[in-house]
Design a protein around this ligand. Structure first.
Ligand SMILES: Cc1ncc(COP(=O)(O)O)c(C=O)c1O
Length: 410
């Protein structure tokens, strides 16, 4: 707090814009940490939440259930990868944040093996540049250096963190690791196609499917963290679809409620679910976040799914992808820019060196856009309803300011 620039005070949101206390409106380039996919204050979501607020804002989810959560669980099972196949993700566990959804996935994987009589299978393979959240278990599967958690080495479980296997040799080594480690490895966890907060790194659908196949071949659980990539961000409803991958366990969150209120979920296939179904209560999955399946959040999520149903959102993502590709291209020629990459509604400009981040953040706000670089990355992940002019303003600001940055830092 001693060195960070004071935060700007937000007082109102509308569409793709944020109003500040000083009266300025900023065009939002990052959708409130990638949540506000329909833009802010969408009438349909607000109405659904108002109604739910009047009826029942919250009720505990132990011994009681309710229609908004039942409906949401059922609807999610219809759209998650693998629907209609034996591996479908038919079982949903609700929680209140992405990190908790990851904790649930990790616990589920460990207990799955315990229930199957393999209690030594407790470790996870994760990848450099991974980011899965800030709670202890989630931290343990983040990149130990990039993931903001280096300080906690020794205080969190030690997992097997390797370079993402992309070449044939790397994939062969990965296969060997899983074969050799089958007595201790419970699962592999990956953010499919885009590793987000660990550096906005992209990998191909081929890499994703090769990793998933390797897990299946070695009887290791594959956990997909679609908390950032889910709900259209990469161009399909879920990134796994682009590789025809159906994970054993999948985590979703962020845009689940259309950017209105915290909620996340961990989905599992029948193989996982059936390992917990027993007359022995010790086999049960014991995890109960107080606000799990909060009805207000479930109502928001159901309204958000309605908005996805007509398919317009994915068309908007396609248009954003085209605009990002064309309009960020000039950044490629700016000295000091290492890479420009785009997938779906994600545009990334990577600097050769992380420099002047505070200055960059300030300059973006001065240009009336809300863009928040981190590390060596400047990125845009706008709400899908962003207007063409707003989009041009966002990309124009990135090109202009990166040019200034380049001259400033030489
Ligand atoms: C891929 C991924 N997983 C997990 C999380 C953690 O989610 P939350 O911040 O809701 O705990 C994030 C947050 O940025 C994320 O990007």
């Amino acid at each position: 707090m001693q060195i960070e620039a004071p935060p700007l005070t937000a007082v109102e949101t509308c569409g793709a814009q944020i109003k500040l206390a000083d009266g300025r409106w900023l065009i939002d380039g990052i959708s409130s940490w990638w949540t506000a996919c329909h833009g802010y204050n969408h009438e349909a979501i607000i109405d659904a939440m108002h109604k739910q607020l009047d009826d029942m804002p919250h009720i505990m989810f132990g011994g009681l259930t309710h229609e908004p959560a039942l409906q949401l669980a059922w609807r999610l099972t219809r759209i998650l990868p693998g629907n209609g196949t034996p591996n479908a993700l038919q079982h949903i566990f609700f929680s209140d944040s992405g990190s908790v959804a990851i904790e649930v996935a990790l616990k589920m994987a460990v207990q799955y093996w315990h229930n199957k009589g393999a209690p030594t299978r407790t470790r996870f393979v994760a990848f450099q540049h991974a980011y899965h959240g800030d709670t202890s278990g989630a931290m343990s599967v983040c990149d130990p250096d990039e993931g903001m958690h280096a300080l906690f080495k020794g205080a969190i479980p030690e997992q097997i963190i390797i370079e993402l296997p992309e070449t044939a040799d790397q994939l062969a080594a990965f296969d060997q690791l899983l074969t050799g480690g089958h007595k201790e490895i419970a699962g592999v966890i990956l953010e499919p196609l885009v590793q987000g907060a660990g550096g906005m790194k992209f990998h191909s659908p081929e890499t994703l499917s090769a990793i998933a196949e390797c897990c299946a071949r070695n009887d290791v659980l594959f956990i997909a963290d679609e908390i950032a990539t889910g709900f259209g961000r990469t161009g399909t409803m879920f990134a796994c679809e682009q590789a025809s991958v159906v994970p054993d366990i999948m985590c979703i969150g962020k845009a689940l409620t259309g950017g209105t209120i915290g909620m996340a979920a961990t989905a599992a296939n029948e193989k996982i679910f059936s390992a917990f179904l027993s007359d022995d209560d010790k086999a049960a999955f014991m995890h109960g976040p107080t606000y799990m399946a909060n009805p207000l959040a479930a109502a928001a999520a159901n309204a958000s799914l309605d908005l996805f149903e007509d398919g317009e959102r994915l068309e908007q993502v396609e248009r954003i992808e085209g605009a990002l590709r064309e309009q960020l291209e000039p950044c490629r020629n700016i000295p000091g820019i290492e890479d420009v990459r785009v997938l779906g509604a994600i545009g990334v400009v990577e600097m050769a060196e992380a420099r002047d981040i505070d200055w960059l953040r300030q300059r973006f706000a001065e240009e009336n856009v809300w863009v928040r670089p981190f590390g060596d990355i400047v990125y845009l992940m706008p709400p899908f309803i962003v207007g063409a002019n707003e989009m041009t303003a966002l990309t124009g600001a990135v090109v202009k300011i990166m040019n200034e940055w380049s001259k400033r830092t030489g």
